[in-house]
Design a binder for this molecule. Structure first.
Ligand SMILES: O=P(O)(O)OC[C@H]1O[C@H](O[C@H]2O[C@H](CO)[C@@H](O)[C@H](O)[C@H]2O)[C@H](O)[C@@H](O)[C@@H]1O
Length: 382
């Protein structure tokens, strides 16, 4: 039994066995299979699309799925892995060894900078930047995930030279309030809310301003309802937090005791069982509730390229930088198009469709600055 007493209102006991049993019931229900997480063996982070493919093709038993659910929540946390590694020098060594092997397959975008710019020669670079974990460091309080002024300058400079978009799981207004650059495109709610720049630049002249695309508008009343239900259900889970991202909802468990992650997951899924048109995905210590439409950050990238007039052109070089599972959809689009460069921000070995890696936001800033420096060189025009 897990006792949740210290949370005010009334004393509540959440029996873990009960939570697990009802989770098994949900897991066994084919109507909710699409919302299930990968199996226990999926220790590494997988891209959203591969995961979607996986869950439709495999049918493991309920108990295994529940363990998989919580395992996935654990595996989604690099800081968890980091903390574990810090506990023992030997673990750290094995982590390093694993990382060094991985980084050979996903080489540093900084060390391979010359190759990247050489591949972009004669093409228009278009920058796509995820926000959390890419432009701002991951912090406990989602309302305080500020980007530094230096990072803002680097993004501003990049946008002077290349069309630039922020592609985030956050609500568009919220991510704009952090970035505060009017010359950028913004795709909020995992790409389901796309708006053009409100400030003209040489790249955005004559392009549509204002809202460009909101493919999930009809889900707004449903998401509002679910938001309220999630707030109510999770209010007694210490450290949990529900964030309304307009066309998606985030249930954060970064500050929730690991022992009650399964209870939180069960609560979320008990709310979702009445909403088969919503799906659940996993980010960095966050459960994401999203409309079950075929739209993701990859589709947003394609939409933006199209809006910029590069839909089916070969002279474009999209660079997408992101740290999250949801960014995998965009990395995969780049792979499928055989264009540009996908760069994963990670200090840890992760399964990814990105070609390159970068260790942390500070390196993202350095990459952007080097790109701008290169673009200013007369030789970059050849
Ligand atoms: O696509 P992104 O821009 O990366 O947004 C994904 C989610 O990011 C935020 O949560 C993450 O960052 C928080 C602040 O550092 C951190 O506390 C949380 O654990 C991370 O999951 C944001 O709050 C979510 O709404 C976004 O969906």
């Amino acid at each position: 039994m897990i006792s949740i007493k210290e949370m005010g209102k009334q004393n509540v006991i959440v029996p873990e066995e009960l939570a697990v049993k009802s989770m098994m019931a949900i897991a066994a229900d084919p109507a909710h299979r699409s919302a299930l997480l990968p199996p226990r063996s999926a220790g590494l982070v997988v891209g959203c699309t591969s995961y979607k493919r996986f869950v439709t093709q495999h049918d493991v038993g309920g108990g295994a799925r529940i363990n998989a659910w919580v395992d996935s929540m654990r595996a989604s946390s690099p800081t968890h892995a980091k903390a574990a590694a810090a506990l023992s020098a030997s673990l750290e060594a094995s982590h390093d060894e694993k990382y060094h092997k991985w980084v050979k397959q996903h080489p540093s975008a900084l060390s391979n900078f010359d190759d990247i710019v050489a591949a972009s020669k004669g093409k228009q670079i278009v920058m796509f930047l995820d926000y959390d974990g890419t432009l701002s460091p991951i912090v406990d309080d989602p309302d305080r995930a500020f980007m530094s002024d230096a990072m803002r300058e680097a993004v501003r400079d990049a946008a002077r030279h290349f069309p630039t978009a922020i592609v985030s799981g956050r609500c568009r207004d919220k991510v704009f309030s952090f970035v505060r650059l009017r010359e950028l495109y913004y795709a909020g709610s995992h790409g389901m809310d796309i708006k053009g720049p409100s400030k003209t630049t040489k790249h955005t002249k004559a392009k549509g301003k204002g809202v460009l695309f909101q493919p999930a508008s009809e889900f707004l009343p449903m998401l509002d309802e679910v938001h309220k239900a999630l707030l109510q259900k999770t209010e007694l889970i210490p450290g949990s937090r529900v964030e309304n991202n307009t066309f998606s909802l985030s249930v954060h468990f970064r500050c929730v005791d690991e022992k009650i992650w399964s209870s939180l997951a069960e609560m979320v899924r008990s709310v979702l069982k009445d909403y088969p048109n919503l799906r659940l995905t996993l980010g960095r210590k966050v459960l994401e509730v999203r409309p079950s439409i075929k739209w993701d950050k990859g589709k947003a990238l394609e939409f933006l390229l199209e809006s910029l007039g590069f839909g089916d052109r070969n002279d474009v070089f999209p660079v997408y930088i992101g740290d999250d599972r949801t960014d995998e959809d965009a990395f995969m689009v780049l792979r499928d198009r055989g264009q540009g460069a996908g760069i994963l921000v990670s200090k840890f070995a992760k399964e990814t469709h990105a070609s390159y890696s970068i260790r942390e936001p500070a390196e993202v800033k350095e990459f952007l600055s080097r790109l701008v420096g290169w673009k200013r060189l007369p030789s970059s025009k050849n």
